[in-house]
Design a protein around this ligand. Sequence first.
Ligand code: A2H
Length: 258
Amino acid sequence: EGANPQEYTAIKLEVLEWSDAAKQVVSENAALAGKRVFLVAATLRPETMYGQTNCFVGVSLEYGMFAGAAENEVYVVSERAARNMAFQDLSPSNSEVKKLAAVTGQQLVGSRVNAPLSSFKDGVFVLPMENVLATKGTGVVTSVPSDSPDDYAALRDLKKKPEYYGVRPEWVAGYEPVPVITTPAYGEMTAPVLCDQLKINSQKDRKQLEDAKEAAYKEGFYNGVMSVGEFAGQPVAEAKPLVRSQLIASGEGFAYAE
Ligand code: A2H
């Protein structure tokens, strides 16, 4: 928050299958019957969406299911984000927030969602992350462990101790980082290499993660080349707006600022 507005790309991850807890919430709510429901994640790196392996929420955060821009669409985001979206004409009528249901991050964990452009065509799972801020974006983070040190560290924690985090092993097994971008400094696995180099042991290593994020972002943006997708071979700086426009044109994403 502050002087510089962030231009996010909101990514629509359609729910394919609810967790048991979320299913309960949805089944008790007639207004949700027949709706397409999307977890909406805010990203600054739309060009990395080919590498999505899961979706993160904060277990103790409160989310709402809000009427979306299109009729029949419902967005799962924080109340704060829903209000921002309403003022950006992203709700049914200008500046109207229509909350259909409340749900916690904990209840969303274990749901399976479609991640646009991801190589996991059967969808990916909603998983817990400790560092999801209620005050940023939508409170939903789509996870790209190849290029985001935060995402890599959190996913690795869940793989190491699934029962501790309340995650079923099959929600993380097989969901390995996918090469998306190649950089001269880190090859095709920027985040895993940086997490190794900076000796990041878990998602709790906040200071090193800040340094890793900064290095990953700079190297990716200025020196990265796309290794997958329609823009393979093109510099990241060129591909980024192109992938963003495509996601928006296809209806799989929309512009969201805060
Ligand atoms: B980024 P900024 Cl590949 N809490 O997307 C914590 N983190 C959040 C968040 C929240 N409520 N909302 C969004 N984010 C993450 C991709 C990505 C991102 C890559 C590499 C770096 C990166 C895949 N995750 O972000 O403080 C989202 O993760 C590094 C900063 O507004 C979003 O972009 O600048 C980014 O943080 C927005 O952070």
